[in-house]
Design a protein around this ligand. Structure first.
Ligand code: VG1
Ligand code: CO
Length: 538
């Protein structure tokens, strides 16, 4: 039986960089998740009888909202829901399922790298039929619906048991519970040379993959230890936990410090890797060699042809604006275009759909390709493994060689988290106000507020970050995060190109020391936010 429940709008249900993210208690308010899910459906057209994919990263409150989403999909007229067993699907696996089964779209429950648990974060996002995050046009339509909603529709019967694979009915709709890993693993086998990687592990290559008690555990265990023969115990923290074991499932040098320390120790394995809460980010560390995400994108692009899925070469590369220009140098050498987009994976969708780009990446530890329409953590790890299996060199050797061939883009991001929202917007405004006057001082060549004209659909997206471009090609970029749930997070991105191989061995923060000081001074960060130091450096 379908029930129509009266409701009133909630403020602030505006999707950010990647869906709607709020604290769990906010989502637990009566009707809060229902309102947003109904607004998603109300913002869409033509899904009657079609398939909706539903899955999440397993964080606290996942199961409840999965049940609600299934019952609401039935009441709103979907013909079928495909849901990962236990409600689990990594973000890239959800993207793949949508594409593989030609679903109308998908609802992905995740707050990605944000912490989980009763006081942690939760999130809901909608992905379209190409498997990618909804475009701004769709998220704007959803947001508009959240402001006028008066009722939602829900099937009164409870959702079927999602703990077992199989098919059942809820009202007129079919609920299909699927293995979350199988199709994804099949796709990876098409892209990479599994024989070569198996031989690499057989030769004694040692690896540690830290799943951070999040969604990639089952995927990494099945693929690395199962299909590829990596030693048992290669995957650590491999069981998804609702609170990620109390940790912050963000694969960076702060939250994956244990992995980093291991790779810098005398017992280091050959490769260390990690992924985030929903499985779309990756961290790559070789023995004694951290690979910055921007460098990783460039190195993967430069070597992609070693993997069967990319043997024909790349159509183009795309990177988000704050990501370093290391990938641009690879594109130039390959004679292909490098596109510069705003932050957030949704901006790559059109380029991938149009066949203009094959590999995309973001400085925030996201890399991916046209195999799905999300960034893909395990994909990046497997491409690295494929490259290592073919080149039979260490990560450190590959990195150093790359710098010798292309030069090194020293790069770092400084985050000032949970600062006062007004202070943060004041800081951005003050930079904007000085746009016309700063160039000419401090060897600043130009300054702008990044805007993107999508070459496929002609849409324009403005206000995507303040860029300060220096005479020598260095950059400082300022933008406010669109994924945080408390106060504001100021991100400052700092980059300097070094062509001279004799100067490639500096420690990153030391190599950028002058620009870092200038980034603080120009924006008056301490005076405006009270923070003398960033809270996270990546
Ligand atoms: C951050 C990253 C961005 C990434 C986004 C979603 O956004 O900077 O590159 O696409 O998170 O990633 P923001 O607006 O906070 O800077 V995930 O793994 O959280 O889905
Ligand atoms: Co993520």
């Amino acid at each position: 039986m379908i029930e129509t429940v009266a409701t009133t709008p909630f403020d602030g249900q505006k999707p950010g960089t990647s869906g709607l993210r709020k604290k769990v208690p906010v989502f637990q308010q009566k009707n809060y998740a229902e309102n947003f899910i109904q607004s998603i459906f109300d913002g869409l057209d033509g899904f009657a009888g079609k398939t909706l994919v539903v899955g999440g990263d397993g964080r606290y409150y996942n199961r409840e909202v999965i049940g609600t989403a299934i019952r609401m999909a039935a009441a709103n007229g979907f013909g079928r829901v495909m849901v990962g067993r236990d409600g689990l699907l990594s973000t890239p696996a959800a993207s793949n399922i949508i594409r593989q089964y030609q679903a109308f779209g998908g609802i992905v429950l995740s707050a990605s790298h944000n912490p989980g648990g009763p006081d942690g974060d939760f999130g809901i996002k909608y992905n379209a039929s190409n498997g990618g995050p909804a475009s701004e046009k769709i998220t704007d339509a959803i947001f508009a619906k959240t402001k006028t909603i008066t009722s939602y529709r829900i099937e009164r019967s409870p959702a079927p048991d999602i703990g077992r694979i199989g098919s059942s009915k809820l009202g007129a709709m079919t609920v299909e519970v699927i293995d979350p890993v199988a199709d994804y693993a099949g796709l990876m086998q098409k892209l990479f040379d599994f024989d070569a990687i198996r031989a690499l592990f057989k030769s004694g290559f040692a690896m540690r993959f830290d799943a951070m008690s999040a969604i990639t555990g089952p995927y990494a265990t099945a693929i690395l230890e199962g299909l590829l023969g990596a030693a048992k115990g290669t995957v650590v923290n491999g069981t998804p936990l609702p609170d990620f074991g109390g940790h912050h499932p963000d694969p960076n040098l702060v939250h994956a410090k244990e992995l980093y320390d291991l790779l810098m120790s005398k017992d280091a394995p050959d490769l260390g890797a990690a992924s985030d809460g929903d499985g779309d980010r990756n961290l790559i560390i070789g023995r004694n060699q951290f690979v910055t995400p921007s460098d990783s994108l460039a190195m993967l692009a430069a070597n992609a042809r070693l993997a069967p899925g990319y043997a024909k070469g790349l159509a183009g590369i795309a990177r988000s604006m704050p990501t370093s220009a290391a990938a641009d140098r690879v594109a130039a050498k390959l004679g292909i275009k490098c596109y510069e987009t705003p932050t957030g994976w949704k901006f790559f969708g059109n380029l991938l759909d149009a066949g203009m780009a094959t590999i995309c990446g973001e400085e925030s530890a996201g890399t991916g390709s046209d195999h799905v329409r999300e960034k893909d953590g395990l994909w990046a790890v497997l491409l690295w493994l494929n490259i290592l299996a073919k080149r039979r060199q260490s990560v450190a050797d590959i990195v150093r060689q790359h710098w010798r061939d292309f030069g090194r883009n020293y790069y770092s991001r400084h985050d000032y988290e949970e600062v006062d929202a007004e202070a943060a917007s004041g800081l951005m405004k003050s930079l904007r106000d000085r746009m016309g006057t700063l160039p000419g001082s401090h060897a600043i060549k130009a300054m702008d507020d990044f805007a993107y004209d999508d070459p496929v659909d002609g849409s324009r997206t403005e206000g995507q970050g303040i860029r300060i471009l220096f005479e020598d090609g260095s950059r400082i970029v300022y933008r406010l995060s669109g994924t945080g749930t408390a106060g504001a997070t100021l991100r400052v991105y700092i980059e300097r190109f070094e062509p001279d191989a004799a100067r490639h061995g500096l420690e990153t923060q030391a190599a950028l020391v002058d620009l870092i000081a200038l980034s603080r001074q120009l924006a008056g960060i301490e005076a405006r936010t009270g923070r003398a130091q960033p809270s996270v450096i990546t």
